[in-house]
Design a protein around this ligand. Structure first.
Ligand code: HEC
Length: 137
């Protein structure tokens, strides 16, 4: 491809700037941003009451979300099999909670498989986040 020499630099700069701008939000997120994301994916806002019911009941297996995270999940949880302590899940009680979307995705995938024997839907994730965000000290 032939570009006039004076035009070759700006597109490269523009591309670098665009890449930097896109990388910034991916580095970290917030519980509110994740709620918005999953609500958008589901096509409806997350509902706290439904999230609470989902979180506290069993889904055909041995565990509920509460089995490890506690009811309500505002204090240290305890892993149902290993007994290891788990940092509080509700964001108001744990500043790290839901601040890294890769981490949240990883645990949603793993824990939903453990509890439901499948991945959680976008709507279920939105409901759980809406519920967790209602929990305040
Ligand atoms: C067998 C134990 C266990 C069960 C049951 C369980 N979890 Fe977890 N969960 C964990 C552990 C361990 C972590 C990681 C906590 C840490 O790193 O301190 C975690 C972390 C998470 C995170 C990551 C939070 C963040 O900071 O982004 C989410 C989301 C989550 N769990 C959702 C659920 C949901 C929803 C259910 C029910 C479907 C559930 N968990 C059931 C053990 C469990």
């Amino acid at each position: 491809m032939m570009f006039p020499r004076h035009l070759t630099l700006p597109p490269v700069v523009a591309l670098l700037l665009a890449t930097a701008a896109m990388a910034a939000p991916a580095a970290g997120t917030s519980p509110g941003a994740q709620l918005e994301y999953w609500s958008t994916q589901a096509g409806a806002p997350g509902q706290a009451a439904r999230g609470q019911a989902f979180f506290t009941r069993r889904h055909g297996g041995e565990w509920s979300c509460s089995s490890c995270h506690g009811t309500p999940p505002v204090g240290e949880g305890r892993h149902a099999t290993t007994g290891k302590s788990i940092a509080p899940l509700a964001p108001a009680f744990n500043p790290r909670s839901f601040t890294d979307s890769a981490r949240s995705d990883k645990w949603f995938r793993r824990n939903c498989r453990d509890v439901l024997n499948r991945e959680c839907s976008a709507g279920e994730k939105a409901d759980v986040l809406a519920y967790l965000l209602t929990l305040k000290p």
